[in-house]
Design a protein around this ligand. Structure first.
Ligand SMILES: Cc1cc2nc3c(=O)[nH]c(=O)nc-3n(C[C@H](O)[C@H](O)[C@H](O)COP(=O)(O)O)c2cc1C
Length: 201
């Protein structure tokens, strides 16, 4: 196991991941390949989740047809942000993720922690799939791509459209991925300074 203590990323990596990275509303006419999609996933999946539950269920809409099916459930203001993106990924979560724990967390009987607790499973699945979506955005940025996250969709509609055969899976948000058009970003909104929403106890 490699360790990275006292080896912070250099300024250009921080710019790419956080400081200069933006949320994009429009896309350059450059495709994103399935190999790139798989590379994003193979990085993002290494981020931590509770009991390694990995509850996110992802549908990467890359074909025009899949994007059109997804856009049909987006707010009007988001439809083109789905249609024109090279890829738009649906981040869903599986409330029955515990069925997978025997192989995902094999050193103990973690499945039993969640049996009989459907509300707790939804809470855990939602929290951890959101984390996985965040890892996914950072992985995409790390690979030189840009993101445009969106929650402005009819989630019931997206769930029925894409997860009809998986009754425990629910769509939660979507994220366009590609090469962002710099003309499409809004002015940067303010970020609170440390003193605003933090305290060190
Ligand atoms: C979970 C989530 C949902 C969002 N939903 C929408 C949306 O429905 N439509 C949209 O245009 N932008 C949406 N955004 C984009 C945010 O407004 C944007 O990320 C935020 O203002 C920060 O912008 P910046 O990264 O360019 O600084 C969403 C972002 C996130 C993380």
């Amino acid at each position: 196991m490699k360790q990275f203590h006292d080896r912070p990323l250099d300024a250009s990596a921080l710019d790419q991941l956080f400081l200069q990275a933006r949320s994009y509303n429009g896309w350059l006419d450059r495709e994103v390949t399935e190999e790139q999609i798989r590379a994003i996933y193979d990085i993002a999946k290494m981020g931590p989740t509770s009991a390694n539950m990995q509850p996110a269920r992802l549908v990467w809409c890359r074909s025009a047809q899949a994007k059109e099916r997804l856009a049909a459930h987006a707010l009007d203001s988001n439809k083109d942000k789905v249609r024109t993106a090279p890829v738009c990924v649906i981040i869903g979560f599986d409330a029955d993720f515990h069925e997978q724990l025997p192989w995902l967390f094999p050193h103990t009987d973690a499945k039993s922690w969640f049996e009989g607790d459907p509300d707790g499973r939804v809470e855990g699945a939602r929290r951890n799939s959101a984390l996985q979506g965040a890892y996914l955005m950072l992985a995409a940025r790390a690979l030189g791509l840009d993101c445009g996250p969106m929650s402005g969709v009819d989630l019931d509609g997206v769930t029925k459209e894409f997860f009809a055969d998986e009754p425990a899976v629910r769509a939660d948000w979507i994220c366009s991925i590609g090469y962002g058009d710099p003309a499409s970003v809004f002015d940067r909104s303010p970020r609170p300074g440390f003193g605003r929403f933090n305290r060190v106890a």
